[in-house]
Design a protein around this ligand. Structure first.
Ligand code: IPD
Length: 273
């Protein structure tokens, strides 16, 4: 079957903008918040409404395509990733930021074909930044080409990471230990509160690496291709091939920075998606 990736991208951008309008409308008012796997793992009615709108809009245009959406999975739908064209959606990545009125939140829409990500759209509605990539065609922010930094040594790198939203003591303590090791080996760490925003920072050269355990496929599918198309590397934190369902990711401007991080961190185990 022939795929028109430019058409997929155009549609995803339109739908992401519509989703962004919904996020903006509820950003400045009191949010109705519920919790999922821990008291720090948040969901709002906006996350749910945005995901429904995205899935309904894409289904209308591409009735045979499949979906993996953060809120559908947390409501019990199986995270079934097949070779079929599959839209991978995080309606609001950085929900805790959204809840606390912090502008680092974004709509993530990725598309996989044969389990390879071919299109990625990450839209930050509050700051109106639209990051896009199509396999083999480069990465862009608001239609301007972006690329990763040239930093190749961890000691000259700025590294993004997160404490995440699990509150299992062992997971939190290992993450803090990893952060400590990264601080001693680099220019420092930054935590923006959204996996996809962190990864877009790497894609545009505002920092050199991002590492996190505990993320899900919907946090990294769209932003992963944006990093790769900007010239960066995307892998498992161990240094092996990226596994989108494994709950861990490492991306970097260069293999040198990634290798420096892999060497000094300990794995944190989470149940696979
Ligand atoms: C979360 C954010 C956060 C990261 C968590 C993610 P959500 O996604 O990306 O930065 O630390 O691991 O689950 O729940 O806001 O979509």
């Amino acid at each position: 079957m022939d795929h028109n990736y430019q058409d997929y991208l155009k549609t995803a951008v339109e739908v992401a903008r519509k989703a962004g309008e919904m996020v903006k409308e509820s950003y400045y008012v009191d949010k109705s918040v519920c919790t999922k796997e821990s008291f720090a793992d948040l969901v709002t009615v906006t996350d749910q409404a945005v995901e429904k709108m995205i899935i309904d809009s894409l289904t209308q245009k591409y009735p045979t395509h499949k979906f993996i959406g953060e809120e559908s999975v947390s409501e019990g739908k199986k995270c079934d990733w097949t070779d079929d064209p599959t839209w991978i959606i995080d309606p609001i990545d950085g929900t805790a930021n959204f809840v606390h009125s912090i502008s680092n939140n974004c709509v993530c829409i990725g598309l996989s074909v044969n389990r390879k990500i071919v299109v990625g759209v990450v839209y930050l509605p509050i700051t109106d930044q639209m990051y896009t990539a199509v396999k083999g065609q480069g990465a862009f922010c608001n239609d301007k080409r972006i690329s990763v930094s040239k930093v190749s040594d961890l000691k000259n790198a700025m590294v993004y990471t997160e404490a995440g939203n699990s509150r299992q003591p062992e997971a939190v303590l290992t993450k803090i230990e990893n952060m400590k090791n990264i601080v001693f080996a680099s220019h420092g760490i930054r935590c923006l509160g959204s996996a996809a925003v962190n990864m877009c920072m790497i894609a545009q050269g505002s920092g050199d690496a991002y590492i996190e355990y505990g993320i899900h496929i919907w946090d990294i599918a769209a932003s992963g291709i944006i990093v790769e198309e900007a010239g960066g590397v995307l892998m498992d934190p161990s240094g092996s091939e990226v596994d989108f369902l494994s709950r861990g990711v490492l991306c970097a401007s260069t293999p040198g920075v990634a290798a420096g991080i892999s060497k000094i961190i300990k794995p944190v185990e989470f149940e696979r998606d």
